[in-house]
Design a binder for this molecule. Structure first.
Ligand code: SF4
Length: 393
C-alpha cells in the first residue's frame, strides 16, 4: 500500500510468457511458435523477456522482491538451459522474497534430469507439468508430443530434485473411458504431485481436433460425460488428501498455487512476453505511463502479440480499464472460483446480492458464514455463474 507522494511499487507477482512449443497440439488455439518459426534465437528471446521485465523499474516504479514468478507458455521447458538462465537473471535484477514461489511450466518431451537440476540450482521451487493423460491413445488423439512413459520419467525427475510438482490432466476427450480417466488421476497422485489441475476438453473452432469432429471422425465431447469425470476425479483426489481450492485445482495442504491465487484474489501482477496479460491499480498504471481515465479503478493490459516489436523493453500494451463497479464484479467473479468464496460485503459493494440470491434459488450458489460460494452443482456450471456476475443485475 503506498501513501501520497510514495513511488508506486512494482507488483510482487510476475508472469513471463514463453511463446514456444515443439508442435501444435490438436486442440490448442493459444499463440505459440515452433523453434523453426521463431524469428529470434532462444537466447535472444530469453534476454528480451528479462529486459522487458526489468524495464518496469525504469517506468517510475520502485522495484521490490517478487513473492511469485510464473514462467508459462507455450512450453517454457523448450528454452532448455536458457530457462534456468531466465529465472536466475530475474532473481539478480528484480530479486525474490524469502520463500518466493517460482514456477515454470514444462512439457514431458522437453524436460529431463539435467534440466531439472539446472532449474533447481536457479531457485525454481515448482514445476507445472502438462501431462493431460497417462494413456498413449488419448495423448495421440490430443496430438501431444510425449507419451506416458516420458510423462512418468519427467515427473520422477522433478520429484527427485525435491521440487513441488503440479500435474495438468484433461478429461472429456474422444475415446477416453472413465476407467482410463481415473487411472490417469491415480497415476498423477502416484507421481508424488502435491497439486493436480483437472480440466474438461474445450473444443476451439479452427483447431485440427474441431476439424476432425466436423468430418465425423470423432463424436463431439459430451458435457455430461466430462462432468461425470470431473465429479469422479474430485472423489479420488479427496480420498487421497487433496482439497479442491478452485474450480479446476486441487492441492495437498500448503501446496496451492500462490501465483494463481494472487490472480483470483485481486492482487496486481505484471505480465511480460508476447500476448501476456497484467493487472495494475490505477496508481501503478499511471506511474508506469499509461493514460488512465479519471473514473477507472483497475487497469488490465495485454502485450501486443508481435514477436518483432512486442519484445522491445517497453512494448505496446493494449489496455482495458474497469470502473469501481466492474472491478468489484470482477472480484466477485474470481472469488467465486475459490472454495473459500466471497465475503457478503464485497457482493453488496459489487451490487450483485440480488443476482446471487436468485442463483441460490436455482441451486448454483449458497450463502453461509457471511460468504457466498458455488454449490457442487454450481461448480460444474461455473462459467454460467461467472458470466451472470460479470453482466451484473
Ligand atoms: S504444449 Fe500447450 S501451448 Fe503448446 S500447443 Fe500444446 S497445448 Fe498449446
Amino acid at each position: 500500500m503506498s501513501s501520497p507522494g510514495d513511488i508506486p511499487t512494482l507488483p510482487e507477482h510476475l508472469y513471463v510468457h514463453v511463446p514456444l512449443c515443439r508442435t501444435k497440439c490438436a486442440y490448442c488455439d493459444f499463440f505459440s511458435l515452433s523453434r523453426s518459426d521463431l524469428p529470434l534465437s532462444v537466447d535472444a528471446l530469453t534476454s528480451a523477456l528479462v529486459n522487458q521485465a526489468c524495464a518496469w523499474g525504469e517506468r517510475g516504479l520502485s522495484m521490490r522482491p517478487l513473492q511469485t514468478l510464473y514462467v508459462g507458455g507455450g512450453t517454457p521447458s523448450m528454452l532448455g538451459a536458457a530457462l534456468a538462465g531466465l529465472v536466475d537473471a530475474i532473481g539478480t535484477h528484480i530479486g525474490f522474497a524469502t520463500g518466493a514461489e517460482i514456477t515454470v511450466e514444462a512439457n514431458p518431451d522437453s524436460i529431463d534430469d539435467q534440466l531439472v537440476s539446472l532449474l533447481a540450482e536457479a531457485g525454481v521451487t515448482r514445476v507445472s507439468l502438462g501431462v493431460q493423460s497417462f494413456h498413449d491413445d488419448v495423448l495421440h488423439t490430443l496430438g501431444r508430443a510425449h507419451d506416458a512413459t516420458r510423462a512418468i520419467a519427467a515427473a520422477r525427475s522433478v520429484r527427485a530434485w525435491n521440487l513441488d510438482l503440479s500435474v495438468d490432466l484433461m478429461c472429456g476427450i474422444p475415446g477416453q473411458s472413465m476407467g482410463s480417466w481415473l487411472a490417469s488421476v491415480e497415476y498423477a497422485i502416484a507421481t508424488g504431485a502435491g497439486h493436480v489441475s483437472v480440466y474438461p476438453l474445450s473444443l476451439e473452432s479452427g483447431t485440427p481436433l474441431a476439424a476432425e469432429m466436423l468430418l465425423g471422425r470423432f463424436a463431439e465431447p459430451d458435457p455430461d460425460v466430462a462432468a461425470d469425470m470431473m465429479i469422479a476425479a474430485n472423489e479420488v483426489l479427496a480420498r487421497e488428501g487433496f482439497e479442491r481450492y478452485e474450480v479446476a485445482n486441487y492441492a495437498k495442504p500448503g501446496a496451492q498455487s500462490r501465483h494463481n491465487t494472487a490472480y483470483w484474489t485481486g492482487h496486481e501482477y505484471l505480465g511480460v512476453g508476447p500476448g501476456a496479460h497484467g493487472m495494475l491499480t490505477t496508481a501503478t498504471a499511471r506511474a508506469a505511463g499509461f493514460i488512465v481515465p479519471e473514473d477507472a479503478a483497475r487497469v488490465r493490459y495485454a502485450i501486443a502479440c508481435d514477436l518483432q516489436t512486442g519484445l522491445q523493453p517497453a512494448p505496446r500494451a493494449d489496455i482495458e480499464t474497469l470502473t469501481a463497479g466492474e472491478a468489484a464484479r470482477e472480484d466477485v467473479m474470481l472469488g467465486l472460483r475459490l472454495t473459500t468464496g466471497v465475503d457478503v460485503a464485497l457482493v453488496e459493494r459489487a451490487g450483485v446480492a440480488g443476482l446471487l440470491g436468485r442463483l441460490a434459488g436455482t441451486g448454483l450458489v449458497e450463502r453461509s458464514d457471511d460468504r457466498w460460494r458455488l454449490t457442487e452443482g454450481g461448480w460444474l456450471l461455473g462459467n454460467e455463474v461467472f458470466g451472470d456476475v460479470w453482466a451484473g443485475e
